[in-house]
Design a protein around this ligand. Sequence first.
Ligand SMILES: [Zn+2]
Length: 472
Amino acid sequence: MNYEIVIGLETHVELNTKSKIFCSCGGHSEAKEPNDCVCPACSGMPGMLPVMNKRVVELAVTAGLMLNCEISRYTTFDKKNYYYPDLPCAYQITQLNHPICTNGVVQVKTSAGTRDIRIKQIHMEEDAGKLVHSGRFSYVDFNRTSVPLIEIVTQPDFRSAEEVVVYLTKLKSMFRSGGISECEEGAMRCDVNISVRPQGSEEFGVRTEIKNMASFEAIEKAINYESQRHMDALEYETEELVQETRRFDDASGKTFAMRNKETEADYRYFPDANLMPIIIDDEWLEQIKANKPVAIDDKAVEYREAGISEKEIDMLLSDFKLGKLLDDIVALGCNAKDGATWILTDYAGVLRKDGKTVEEHNIAPEKLAAIIKMVASGEINRGAGKKILIAVVESEVDPVAYCNEQGFNKKFDASTVEKVIDEVINSNAQAVASFKSGKEKAFQALFGACMKELKGSGEPALIKSLLEEKLK
Ligand SMILES: [Zn+2]
């Protein structure tokens, strides 16, 4: 039988704020020692009250706008009760009844085509601390306690691991470009809900949840393993599927049962009376909208209008750094389509030769823009531009100074060019003969020889027209 995989995602993203969500403790990522970044509030001392961080609301709304959500004008917090040593209050402050954003949609484009993934909701919550196990002892580190998170919950709309990875890559790129989160390792964690059903069936199968995965690679592997396990169970009755929470083990590539799935009732949710409802009025919402960076889909439209190809758009949008570099050089006066080619073909090519990726090398946008502009204005030709680019990547030279030093922009007068062309024609009798017999390729060879003699600094258009004239 053919089966269909059904996946829903819950993605936790750590927000890029200066302080925690309910206290003024700051930068836990810079904390050097365990419990460096802790106060009575976030370590759950009796009598301490939470104070809402306004910036968290603004970033959550920005994320909602980017994912085409409805923004709740009235939003409240709830307590989710459970006991665990890394949770000092024995409850987590989260949102159940009135989450900040609802009903969004994100498009994912894969080999199977473009599909809509509906976003059920985005809610704000606090992170838990960390347990460190050493020998017979376990230690608690509260640095991460109360760090702000948003949780993005999708409807069960994914049909393959590929769609999930495309969605997460898009989310990461959006959130980094929007200043919402750096999304570095561990700052974006996923719970995957998965079930399978016979192709064509409307009914959902038994659902399992794989908890807390941080790498896209692990998520893909876990989905492939778990969906196969479900299919085997249905097809060959290898085991009985139960609704449960599972853990993915990277080393073996398998998932293992952790516990039966909790239901909402297990957590005894109730409204958090310590925090006032948040009202988002028109003025505040307009202010957040005005500061919202262009979302990825708007970017695609912008790039398409600039004449950039679909393949290049995909590359630019899948890697935040590439898109940012293009935006920067366009702001410095370069043409977008031309800039995209320089970045994706020339710059990426130079890096690849050194075994590097754009992630590992940061060319200053000013330097790249200077090279592109010299070529665009005809001051130097493309070949010379590439040589300067290599020098910039290898030894951080100043492109204009390097160009002058190498004499790439030295102009040859027509008589010098003519002399060089004569020499080339005289010493390449064979190529001249094959050109005359109608071989177009021979012209390119002669043209290349002239460029070489002029050390790549001649004006291609002038050389071409003089060469043509002389050959005739
Ligand atoms: Zn604190």
